[in-house]
Design a protein. Sequence first.
Length: 112
Amino acid sequence: MSTDFNNTYLKSNYLTNLNYNFMNKTDLINGMAENAGITKAAAKKALDSLLVDIEGSLQKGNRVSLVGFGSWSVSKRAARDGRNPQTGKTIKIKAKNVVKFKAGSDLSSAVN
């Protein structure tokens, strides 16, 4: 991410006025619309498109990388034995694919 992007993002009136410790999809859309000078509908369409493309790429087993921001990848989690916390009985947990995210250097620097 460039310094200009970081400065624009940090100066966003919408984002600096949030009074809670999390951001949901609506907040992200509103912030995108304000920062990019586009309508909320256009921002929603852009975000939905991004998410669909990331999901589709991960479903194919590809890695998605946004240089400086981070990368998503799919890892296989092996089947394993687990324990039911209520009964203590051993159960079998099936193997599955899990999505991993690794923050990029610019994102890591921005939060530290």
